[in-house]
Design a protein around this ligand. Structure first.
Ligand code: SAH
Ligand code: SF4
Length: 388
């Protein structure tokens, strides 16, 4: 959005700065650049993130002149919710429109006293994991920090903002929606740090989790910028199988990935934390007892807990969900081998809000889709893939 500003009698079009996505230091810099003190930035930050305010006029502890000045040069612009779907089990899915005709998904999952928000970091994903609906859409673009923290802003507001007495509140955030968060490093780090900032959402660092399929160089520098919890999407106990499922493994194989993740966890001030290993179980492919034993060997000396995820089928791939028997057997082996091993229950199935079904619609720009268009003699126009 832009606004007209009369500078010395000359009308100048200026782009308004969206304050929603600014990290604390960037917000303070912004206020200092307009001659305002740091505490003003903190007051505005609290209005935005703790009170869900998007109108400077409502900021009653600011002077009228400052409110007017801000309205001319800045804005608080969350992405637009185009649809909200409520599942019978309490799961709520937001379809969120981001610029460029794209839609991303954010899912809120209530569980006892906890409320976990599954947040997207990109429109689509370039990493093309063979079992992932988001990967099948290709990549369009990174979300801005305003679009990432905006998902928390929207969900918190829909449940009565940060009111601890509200029936449902966001207590946990997992960066497990659409996209690979480490490929959108700065915006993801800024947003996660806002989630944990006491003047914004004040979430515990143990309750904000970044999930990665293994972008090792970015993981190597993550600890310099944040101290969130870490989940690694492993899905296979050896490189041959992981190369098939998670193609980025060909570039950064398992040993490198686990080394980097171990260093990250070891560098956290809180030494009780463990790496969460995510393992999506696909029928016959990676769910056999010998896979479980191989996984136990691989992870023997690493501080991990293991989260087993039954594969969520979707129409574009032929993989099948793990059987309940194989799932139990896999879990039992890992437990006997001494690992804390949980199973992610599928939630929000009736609204397609389960993990890996986050598809949205993407104006696909990857070379993969270009190849597809060439092969099928289609036009060069981007294809719009609507969620299954
Ligand atoms: N790109 C990041 C975060 C988003 S994916 C990552 O890969 O970790 C979030 C989780 O959902 C990952 O563990 C991913 O492997 C899993 N997932 C993706 N597709 C799935 C599917 N169809 N069924 C079950 N889990 C899936
Ligand atoms: Fe991307 Fe994660 Fe899906 Fe792989 S599993 S394609 S990294 S979103």
């Amino acid at each position: 959005m832009s606004s007209k500003l009369d500078v010395d009698g000359i009308d100048t079009e200026i782009e308004a700065t969206n304050l929603l996505g600014l990290s604390t230091s960037k917000l303070v810099d912004f206020f200092e650049s307009i001659g305002e003190k740091r505490f003003r930035a903190i007051q505005v930050q609290k209005w935005i993130h703790q009170n869900g305010v998007d109108d400077f006029d409502a900021m009653s502890n600011l002077s009228k002149s400052l409110r007017q000045k801000l309205a001319q040069i800045a804005e608080i612009r969350p992405p637009k919710v185009i649809e909200q779907l409520d599942s019978a089990d309490g799961t709520r899915k937001f379809l969120i429109e981001v610029s460029g005709n794209n839609v991303v998904e954010t899912v809120f999952i209530p569980e006892g006293g906890r409320g976990t928000l599954c947040v997207s970091s990109q429109v689509g994903c370039s990493l093309d994991c063979s079992f992932c609906a988001t990967g099948k859409q290709g990549f369009n673009r990174d979300l801005t920090s305003a679009e990432i923290i905006g998902q928390v802003w929207i969900a918190a507001k829909s449940y009565g903002q940060l009111d601890p007495k509200a029936e449902r509140t966001v207590t946990n955030v997992v960066m497990m929606g659409m996209g690979e968060p480490l490929l959108n490093f700065e915006n993801v780090v800024d947003s996660m740090n806002l989630m944990m900032d006491d003047n914004a959402y004040g979430l515990s660092k143990r309750r904000v989790t970044l999930s990665t399929s293994g972008v090792v160089p970015a993981l190597d520098k993550l600890g310099e910028h944040t101290d969130v919890s870490l989940a690694v999407s492993l899905h296979a106990p050896n490189d041959a199988l992981r190369n098939e499922l998670v193609p980025i493994n060909k570039k950064y194989p398992i040993a490198q990935l686990l080394d980097s993740a171990t260093r990250y966890i070891a560098g956290l001030p809180d030494n009780r934390r463990k790496i969460t290993i995510e393992y999506t179980l696909i029928d016959q492919l990676n769910d056999r007892p010998h896979h479980a034993y191989e996984l136990a060997e691989l992870l023997r000396d690493i501080p991990v807990k293991i989260n087993l995820i039954p594969f969520n089928p979707f129409s574009l791939v032929e993989y099948k969900r793990v059987s309940n028997n194989a799932l139990r057997a896999f879990q039992n082996i890992l437990i006997k081998e001494g690992f804390t091993t949980t199973i992610r229950t599928t939630r929000g199935d009736d609204i397609d809000a389960a993990c890996g079904q986050l598809a949205g619609s993407v104006m696909d720009r990857t070379s993969r889709s270009a190849r597809y268009r060439q092969q099928h003699h289609l036009s060069e126009e981007p294809v719009k893939i609507i969620s299954e």
